[in-house]
Design a protein around this ligand. Structure first.
Ligand SMILES: Nc1ncnc2c1ncn2[C@@H]1O[C@H](COP(=O)(O)OP(=O)(O)OP(=O)(O)O)[C@@H](O)[C@H]1O
Length: 321
């Protein structure tokens, strides 16, 4: 029977010398979804993607990809494609020649021309197919790399920061393409530092911190972990607003908010949304007009900060804490 799991990882552990890059990672990624991998710098995202692509091997644990156990040898497992740190391209060949060379290497048969043209069209590069990638922008190189990965018709597509360098229209196009792949039954695993991209693209997300999984599940469930958010409140009378925030049960006045530019007319209040509702009622009752109100970061970003503690402490470079 064919497995419906794209990735099944149990206690996967990876060391680089003394550094524990992955520390007992348990992870299940089913086919048919775009799965986001997020976490602070050095959390282990690239290391995990490298294991999925067969670019390195785990030191401990078991890893199954597309239903088959990964052996402790290097090499991309069958049915998997993707790239880390930007795609490997031949700078002196045109975009079309790059793809044709790859297709030939992979032993594509008589339909190679059609497949190359389809891949170029899918990523929106047909118009520049005869240009060389050395003149391409970062976003164009990313798209050509994606075309190369698509040529392999992957059942598991692994991409490191695929939205890097893409303008908003290209990003939308590529997100749509990845969504279609997942709808067609493939699994797409993407790493990202951009929570808005994750929210737009992924149905499920895994949050890594210090080489460990601190959350894995639906994106909405992660957003719900945000708890108390900071709200930026713009009013007609900030002095009174500060006092009212202090008097509202469940709310706390944030005097030095992170990520919010200091503005005289802005007050930042921390608490649950029910307390913020009460604040608005009290402000209006006190004759203070509320001109603007909203969280300082999205619920997804807030959950990320809360679960990784990145909001207060930067992980030291070079190794997990
Ligand atoms: N080749 C390597 N040699 C030694 N240490 C490494 C190597 N690759 C990664 N590490 C270490 O392993 C840990 C995890 O790194 P990794 O690159 O997987 O994190 P990441 O989540 O992808 O980070 P970033 O968001 O900055 O790309 C870090 O402490 C890093 O310094």
């Amino acid at each position: 029977m064919e497995s419906s799991a794209a990735v099944r990882s149990r206690s996967t552990t990876k060391y680089y010398g003394d550094v524990v890059a992955l520390d007992g990672v348990d992870l299940d990624i089913p086919l048919g979804q775009v799965h986001g991998l997020v976490g602070p710098n050095g959390a282990g995202k690239t290391t995990l993607l490298g294991l999925l692509l067969g670019l390195s091997v785990a030191d401990r644990g078991t890893l199954e990809i597309l239903g088959s156990p990964v052996r402790r040898v290097l090499g991309t497992p069958g049915g998997v494609s993707g790239f880390l740190d930007g795609p490997g391209l031949y700078p002196s060949l045109t975009a079309r020649q790059n793809l044709a060379a790859l297709a030939a290497l992979r032993g594509h048969g008589a339909h190679v021309t059609r497949e190359v043209e389809d891949a170029l069209e899918q990523v929106g590069l047909s118009d520049v197919a005869d240009d060389r990638p050395r003149g391409f922008s970062l976003g164009m190189r990313q798209r050509l790399g994606l075309a190369a990965a698509l040529l392999a018709r992957p059942r598991l597509l692994v991409l490191d920061e695929p939205s890097n360098g893409l303008d908003p229209a290209a990003k939308r196009h590529i997100h749509g393409l990845l969504g279609e792949l997942a709808a067609g039954g493939a699994a797409v695993v993407v790493s990202s530092h951009h929570m808005d991209d994750v929210a737009a693209l992924c149905s499920e997300v895994t949050l890594l911190s210090n080489g460990r999984v601190v959350f894995s599940g639906p994106v909405e469930k992660l957003a719900a972990e945000s708890g108390r958010l900071d709200y930026r409140v713009v009013t007609s009378d900030p002095a009174v607003a500060r006092r009212v925030v202090g008097e509202t049960p469940g709310l706390e006045l944030v005097s030095a908010p992170g990520g919010v530019r200091a503005e005289d007319d802005v007050v930042v209040a921390r608490g649950p949304v029910s307390a913020v509702d009460e604040l608005v009622v009290r402000l209006v009752g006190a004759g203070v007009a509320v001109r603007g109100l909203g969280p300082t970061v999205t619920p997804l970003e807030a959950a990320f900060l809360a679960l990784t503690e990145s909001g207060s402490t930067l992980a030291p470079l070079g190794g997990p804490r």
